[in-house]
Design a protein around this ligand. Structure first.
Ligand SMILES: NC(=O)c1ccc[n+]([C@@H]2O[C@H](COP(=O)([O-])OP(=O)(O)OC[C@H]3O[C@@H](n4cnc5c(N)ncnc54)[C@H](O)[C@@H]3O)[C@@H](O)[C@H]2O)c1
Length: 310
């Protein structure tokens, strides 16, 4: 099969591309290398360097025909979305629209989209969210992702594109960018812990905030498995574990598995950040039955990888 993977130089997209290539498929990657790295790109993929919100980049796809488009590229930080909202909407929404137009033009009927749990925002005391719940985006990042979901629904209804919007919760694990200190709670704390140039860990927000952390290998299996799974067509699906881990539990795990201890300093949270959220995964459980990695083991594997321990 022939697949387009956008964001294939980033954390999630590169792992998805690796898996598809390992399965024997042909993969074309588009990436603007804004947060991704050339070194992440599978050498067996065809790489197009460019921005998915640029029509000139999309026109370079005219010579290809894809069985599915996996649109994983995107500005992935809520914090950055406030620094540059226009780049954010281009990266997260205009890109989707251009790729949907391309899909219609080329007759590609399958489209997988990397959305986010951020679309739920904060809603009173509610902590666990299902796909049936209302959305309440609090960051420009979440607005852009939610708008993409809305475009997907319309392209499905009018043009018969079979989409799946994956509302990823917090993804972590080996391969995550340890340089980008604006995205990825576990990777940010891990970097500050293992890099001697940091004398402390800086936490933006309180220690009792929590998240639903899902291991990268599970995300890759779920995402690639859905490509041909009809039950996932035209669905929005939470991709989490259904379990919550607080910042303080996470810091304790990181300390345990790196053997490193540093002082922790707490600062005000970033705008639009949710206090605590975890996924209702009933829908996911009906579609994906393999066991999900436990946070304890996942963090251990990530720490070992980051420390270069075999
Ligand atoms: N990592 C998470 O916890 C998480 C959670 C929810 C949603 N997501 C979404 O999943 C996707 C992948 O996230 P990630 O963690 O791999 O982030 P990442 O920053 O490592 O990867 C994103 C990749 O997309 C590329 N990119 C960004 N904007 C682009 C554009 N306009 N055109 C072409 N390439 C572009 C970047 O260079 C990078 O290689 C993103 O869309 C993100 O919003 C991630």
């Amino acid at each position: 099969m022939n697949y387009l993977v956008t964001g294939g130089a980033g954390f999630v997209g590169s792992k998805i591309a690796d898996k598809l290539i390992c399965q024997g498929h042909q993969v074309v990657i588009i990436d603007n290398l804004s947060t991704g790295y050339l070194s992440n790109i599978n050498t067996n993929a065809t790489f197009i360097k460019g921005d998915c919100s640029d029509i000139n980049t999309i026109s370079k796809l005219n010579e290809f025909a894809f069985d599915a488009i996996l649109h994983i590229a995107g500005q992935s930080s809520g914090e950055v979305s406030f620094e540059d909202p226009v780049y954010d909407i281009n990266s997260n929404t205009v890109s989707t629209l251009l790729l949907l137009q391309y899909a219609v033009k080329k007759g590609c009927k399958r489209f997988i989209y990397a959305s986010t749990m951020s679309v739920y925002g904060q809603q009173g005391d509610q902590l666990c969210f299902s796909e049936k719940d209302l959305t309440n985006p609090l960051s420009f990042y979440a607005v852009g992702k939610l708008a993409s979901e809305a475009y997907l629904k319309i392209y499905s209804a009018i043009y018969g594109i079979n989409y799946t919007a994956l509302r990823y919760f917090n993804i972590y694990g080996p391969g995550q960018n340890l340089v980008n200190l604006k995205q990825g709670m576990i990777s940010i704390y891990l970097k500050q812990l293992i890099d001697p140039s940091f004398d402390k860990i800086t936490v933006k927000g309180s220690s009792d905030r929590f998240r639903d952390f899902i291991y990268i290998d599970d995300v890759v299996s779920i995402t690639t498995g859905f490509i041909n799974q009809q039950a996932s067509f035209n669905e929005i699906i939470n991709i989490g574990t259904g379990k919550k881990t607080t910042v303080s539990e996470l810091l304790a795990l990181l300390k345990q598995h790196t053997g490193i201890e540093k002082p922790v300093e707490y600062y005000a949270g970033t705008p639009g950040d949710q206090f605590g959220i975890y996924a209702d995964i009933h829908k996911l459980n009906n579609l994906y039955t393999a066991p999900l990695e436990h946070i304890e083991r996942g963090v251990r594997l990530f720490c070992k990888n980051a420390l270069g321990v075999k």
